[in-house]
Write a protein of this length. Structure first.
Length: 319
């Protein structure tokens, strides 16, 4: 065990305990990481950022004690009373809750950024716009949740959208998802203000509550190779209209499209789906269901109450 521990340490950058330094009127708290510096949470040293605004255009210096600033550490500016914040282009990492809850309305993303940590911008209600660089590879859980973002464009090369990424971003109206994305976590867009959403064709599974309670979502383009739509994936999307569900579907879970008004234009069920349960569309109107295989068993869940219903205009069967 001791040999394994030593082996792991050999590949970690050299990290010191938090220190502080005065730059102008501001005391910075930092750690040395290898050849660079990470801005640290001031409370690590019993300090704090000033309770008065740091300035309308507060900029983290490019170097501290002669070393480049390469990381904004966990909780570094969390809840800070600052209107605008920029960090040098040498920064490659923004840590967990690094800026979460801060009063910023503007933030300049560094051009070499690789990672955005969990909840990094969560609760930044005044932040309406972020321009993400092409260097970005990792976005972690809840990175932008409950923020004021109105639009977001994810760069090419991103392969995974984490759970809760934009959960509760009620002002988010537009998002661009590159074709490189193959996995989208649960609740990724829960409660957003999106009006249109197009999934990349590489996404095969749409997780639970991915777009639940997106009340303004009107246009939905499912991936052409989608196999699984989980429970409540689109529940409560009352403005949906004209959705077509492709015959690649193998699993369509209960309440996938619960209370979606007149959303479903066409559903094609192939032999890949052994059981088709109408409970996926509780309290939703479906205009046309086409069963492509006589081997598919059609049912509805036995847990329905007397108030449950599905309105289906037409069903086509192969027998």
């Amino acid at each position: 065990m001791k040999k394994l521990f030593a082996y792991v340490l050999a590949f970690l950058p050299s990290v010191t305990f938090a220190e502080s330094v005065q730059v102008g009127d501001i005391t910075y708290y930092y750690r040395v990481i290898g050849d660079g510096v990470e801005i640290a949470n001031p409370y690590d040293l019993g300090g704090s950022w000033p309770q008065t605004p740091l300035g309308d255009d507060f900029a983290v210096p490019e170097t501290i004690d002669g070393k480049p600033v390469v990381s904004i550490g966990d909780n570094a500016f969390g809840g800070a009373n600052v209107n605008s914040l920029s960090v040098p282009d040498s920064v490659t990492n923004i840590g967990v809750s690094a800026i979460g809850g801060a009063g910023i309305s503007e933030f300049k993303i560094p051009s070499k950024l690789v990672r955005i940590g969990a909840r990094a911008f969560s609760g930044c209600g005044y932040l309406t716009e972020l321009e993400l660089p092409s260097s970005l590879k990792i976005i972690e859980e809840g990175a932008f949740s409950a923020s004021g973002l109105t639009k977001l464009s994810l760069p090419d090369g991103i392969t995974e959208i984490p759970p809760d990424m934009c959960d509760g971003c009620s002002s988010l109206r537009e998002i661009h998802i590159p074709e490189s994305v193959t996995n989208i976590g649960w609740r990724a867009f829960y409660g957003t203000g999106l009006t249109s959403l197009e999934f990349p064709d590489g996404v095969e599974v749409i997780e639970e509550m991915t777009c639940a309670n997106c009340f303004d979502l009107n246009e939905l383009y499912l991936p052409s190779k989608v196999k699984v739509i989980r429970r409540d994936a689109f529940s409560g999307c009352q403005s949906l209209w004209g959705v077509s569900i492709p015959n690649t579907i193998e699993v369509l879970e209960e309440d996938a499209f619960y209370e979606c008004g007149s959303a479903i234009e066409n559903v094609e069920i192939s032999s890949k789906m052994a059981v088709f349960d109408f409970s996926a569309f509780r309290h939703t109107q479906v205009y046309h269901v086409k069963i492509l295989s006589e081997d598919t068993f059609i049912t509805r869940t036995e847990s329905w109450s007397g108030n449950d219903w599905v309105m289906v205009s037409e069903v086509t069967v192969p027998w």
